[in-house]
Design a protein around this ligand. Sequence first.
Ligand code: UDP
Length: 335
Amino acid sequence: MPKFLITGGAGFIGSHLAERLLSLGQRVVVIDNLSTGSIENITCLRSSPDFEFVLDEVSNERVLGELVDASDAVFHLAATVGVQKIIDSPVETIVNNVHGTETVLNAVAKKRRKILIASTSEVYGKSTALPFREDGDLVLGPTSKARWSYACSKAIDEFMAIAYWKEKKTPTVVARLFNTIGPRQSGQYGMVVPRFISQALEGRDLTVYGTGEQTRSFTYVDDVVSWLLLLAQDDRAVGEVFNLGNPLEVTITGLAQRILRLTGSASRIRYIPYDEAYESGFEDMGRRDPDIGKAVELTGYRPQVELDEALRRTIEWRRGRIQEEQQTALKPASS
Ligand code: UDP
């Protein structure tokens, strides 16, 4: 039975990928340093005899080499992500994303395994060539603005992945994920959907940054996982980059309004300037709209879960978590 190594498998997307692989009867080993991922995300998987968890850094060459050796293919999702996290920890972001990926690619090349690397729509930066196509130009802001270090670090990851394929014939696939949403995503590092949902359910103002006219396109995590699996098993995907997203573009104000409607919350929308929300001179991406033609043509798959349904499922999950947290808080401390 094949075994898959998922780096960053205790994170939001990685844990869903691990769960799906296990449900398909595969074996999974996860390596994660729990910097942004959490044990909670994989609690339900740990009882499976086909699941193994290793708490370590992907930059630990020895451990990684052993894990790659014992695996048939690798999904590399370990990365420092989240706009807030990137601004707070730019050194960690750059080092983890560049050196981590370099270590993983090196191990995979030595053992001649296949690897799928998760990248990000952030690499398109301030490009206005919409919808974004994989062969379009990347337009990043100045190096003085930490936000762009993330895009740049992931672009280097992409360059490395393609270089390993061209030069060393290591089979690599790059997936550029647009904003992915679903249960287990944390709002702690900036991500807008879990933040708005928590704010709405807790009766707090929904904090829209900037004018709220900026757009994003959100994809439900199950759709992303389905696509990752299809790409990983298709030899035609090797050496290629794919946008994985949902073509429905919404403004951030529109997103806040949807979440208010779906939660039935009486919270209000409050507009906060970027400088106050993040840092002075912060630059956002105005629009983010994927051309998914390449991934659809190769895999025959397109997103199945519509935005409202994706939000409903995420709201239900968050409601459940809030209830659990309240019950835990009410429990008397054991003597
Ligand atoms: N955003 C917002 N309020 C928040 C968090 C984020 O209005 O509490 C905005 C953010 O400025 C951006 C969009 O929502 O325009 C998506 O932000 P996120 O950090 O989720 O992802 P990214 O910017 O990487 O697409």
